[in-house]
Design a binder for this molecule. Structure first.
Ligand SMILES: *Cc1c(COP(=O)(O)O)cnc(C)c1O
Length: 476
């Protein structure tokens, strides 16, 4: 999936190599992201991803302090200048970001007093380990909130704060595999790449299920594939908001098909709610993710809708399942039930703080604003003659891929094949969307050379009714 590859600026910027110290004036981090990034060569319409080009020339070197450093202070000055410029760059890049589902607007100033501590929640959140500098009190508070959101009793759930949505998926699918060691993993082809990574890591049989134009799992194909593999239990990844189109799989229909196809008591469902798992509970008319239904686990990312300075996530499962993946570890004086060993103890503090500040009603307001702004964006794009699609429950607006790489980089759009998307998060205002659309319309008229090059047909990706290519323009 081309769109899944995140060339993260901060990763690029933090690459450190070499040891020659350049004069401070020569470093211009602010220029880096707008410089031609690894531009892939065309390959049958798909861009190849070229690794590493430019990274070495734009990295910040590690410099050895000179013998007389204390006298000259060169090293300190060098570091201060790099960091100041890097900071300006972050401010600018944060301003122009629309493509990834990250809420970049948050305020955790009150937590800066905790930065000097090496907070580590290694081991099981519910079992005190011998390492005392932890934040389990906060972690369990946050987990209780999520368990309540997804309707699982305190004494019936288990969970932990992960590093990211991917870790939640790796954990949920691992539980499924441990509960049903010979189970077959089913996931729609528009599932996040981490689901297929899990299948490779755990060497599981994995069946890719077709999707509808909306991006939802195609349940008739799902049923056909279940019947083909009837002798083995089913482990199903259900998407609560797909990465590219924000589509929500029909959980109720998935359960119904499993039960009707002879899988009763022989299936495990993991719900991947990385982005939308935290938005859907606040959308009126939306179907419900709840442990009152026969699901095994749900995961979300913490840095997406909530917004957080470090990537993190939440994974909730049933207590009855967790024993299948746990091992006691004497060294920890705890139980090993997580994917990672050391765990970021700052993440629970951020989540605890955000949940307390915003609460249920705060999230509800933010979700409504995102959905409205997304509708606004889709309307503006269509009015400008640009093909665009917005799933009913989603704030992800899918549209024709801009043909200008510079523009894509500036707004940090995620692209896949002929389409790109904007994910409207709480920090994305209507004003910003207006600036974006105006600029898109302007650069688009340049690359289409005043109408000589017609826009690509994206009917296959977004449906005819949403496509504005010459063929489908008038709804033919
Ligand atoms: C973003 C995303 C993930 C992965 O989450 P990370 O926090 O980036 O690891 C998984 N699934 C879906 C649907 C996503 O959108």
């Amino acid at each position: 999936m081309v769109g899944s590859v995140v060339v993260n600026d901060s990763v690029v910027l933090l690459q450190v190599i070499g040891k020659v110290k350049p004069p401070a004036e020569e470093i211009e981090p602010a220029e880096i992201p707008t410089r031609s990034a690894p531009s892939g060569s065309e390959n049958g319409g798909k861009k190849e991803i070229v690794l590493g080009r430019n990274l070495h020339s734009s990295s910040f070197r590690i410099t050895e302090p000179e013998e007389d450093e204390e006298l000259t202070g060169d090293c300190e000055a060098y570091m201060a200048s790099v960091l100041a410029k890097y900071r300006r760059n972050l401010v600018e890049r944060t301003k122009h970001h629309l493509g990834y589902p990250y809420n970049l607007d948050f305020e955790y100033g009150a937590l800066s007093q905790l930065q000097p501590f090496s907070i580590n929640n290694l081991g099981d959140p519910f079992i005190e380990s011998n390492y005392g500098v932890h934040s389990r009190q906060f972690e369990v508070g946050v987990l209780d909130w999520f368990a309540r959101l997804w309707e699982l009793e305190k004494n019936e759930y288990w969970g932990y704060i992960t590093n990211c949505g991917t870790e939640g998926n790796l954990h949920g699918i691992l539980i499924g595999r441990e509960v049903f060691p010979d189970g077959v993993l089913y996931a729609s082809r528009e599932s996040h790449y981490s689901v297929f990574k899990a299948a490779r890591m755990y060497r599981m049989d994995c069946v890719k299920v077709k999707t509808l134009v909306s991006g939802e799992i195609d349940c008739s194909d799902f049923q056909a594939k279940l019947i083909e593999n009837q002798e083995k239990p089913a482990i199903v990844n259900v998407n609560i908001g797909t990465t590219v189109k924000g589509a929500v799989d029909d959980l109720d229909l998935v359960i119904k098909l499993l039960e009707e196809s002879g899988f009763e008591n022989r299936f495990y469902i993991h719900c991947d709610g990385a982005l939308f798992g935290l938005m859907m509970p606040f959308v009126k008319r939306a179907p419900k993710v709840t442990f009152r239904k026969p699901i095994g686990s749900v995961s979300v990312s913490g840095h997406k809708f909530i917004g957080c300075p470090v990537p993190c996530g939440v994974q909730i499962t049933r207590k009855t399942h967790i024993n299948a993946v746990s091992r006691d570890v004497e060294y920890l004086a705890s139980r090993d039930a997580t994917i990672m060993g050391s765990r970021n103890g700052h993440a629970p503090l951020f989540l605890w703080y955000a949940l307390n500040r915003k609460g249920y009603r705060g999230f509800q307001k933010e979700v409504q604003r995102c959905l409205l702004s997304a509708h606004f964006l889709k309307g503006r794009l269509r009015a400008a003659g640009i093909g665009a699609m917005l799933n009913e429950l989603s704030s992800t607006v899918v549209f024709e891929r801009p043909q200008d790489d510079e523009f894509v980089r500036k707004w940090q759009l995620a692209c896949e094949g002929n389409i790109a998307h904007v994910v409207v998060m709480p920090n994305v205002t209507v004003e910003k969307l207006c600036v974006f659309v105006d600029e898109l319309v302007r650069v688009r008229s340049v690359w289409s050379s005043g109408g000589e090059i017609s826009p690509p047909c994206i009917a296959a990706e977004v449906g005819r009714e949403n496509c504005d290519c010459l063929l489908h323009l008038h709804g033919q």
